[in-house]
Design a protein around this ligand. Structure first.
Ligand code: NI
Length: 156
């Protein structure tokens, strides 16, 4: 593990108080841990957005859908078979008489995973769903020499 550093931050008192109360509500024992999570999330978002066609990500798509919707389960399975290289595992839960939940674990290029998730989410009969994407911890904190502060920013 890398060494810990401490740094000072100047900010408005109200902002800090609000942040501290939110952190406490969410169960953080201290503001450092809450801040670390925010920083990691910002880094993941930025890295995935910068190079969606090159960035290997891991993700999960959770979907709730109508068990009675015509052909829906077949369509969902077909789409996943077409992208079998991205799908690692699927968990299916019969959550009520009418609803099924599916959690699809995926690994691959960010752009391809978004494409697959969109294809499933837009199906008729899918009631709600959300894609979560992240990176291996070492990739989150890896420094990119191209984004070093002293070099000119490059455009995409
Ligand atoms: Ni079911």
């Amino acid at each position: 593990m890398s060494s810990l550093v401490r740094f000072g931050v100047s900010l408005e008192e109200e902002l800090l108080e609000s942040f501290d109360s939110l952190s406490t509500e969410r169960g953080y024992s201290n503001r450092s841990e809450a801040l670390r999570d925010l920083m990691r999330d910002a880094l993941v978002q930025a890295r995935v957005k910068a190079h969606p066609d090159q960035t290997e990500v891991i993700g999960s798509l959770t979907l709730v859908y109508d068990h009675h919707a015509r052909d829906l389960a077949d369509k969902m399975a077909s789409i996943q078979h077409e992208h079998h290289g991205l799908v690692i595992s699927v968990l299916h839960v019969h959550i009520s008489h009418d609803d099924c939940m599916e959690v699809i674990a995926m690994q691959g290029k960010a752009s391809e995973i978004h494409h697959l998730a969109d294809a499933l989410l837009k199906l008729k009969g899918v009631k709600h769903g959300k894609l979560f994407i992240t990176l291996p911890a070492k990739v989150i904190t890896k420094r990119n020499p191209k984004t070093h502060a002293h070099t000119a920013p490059h455009k995409h």
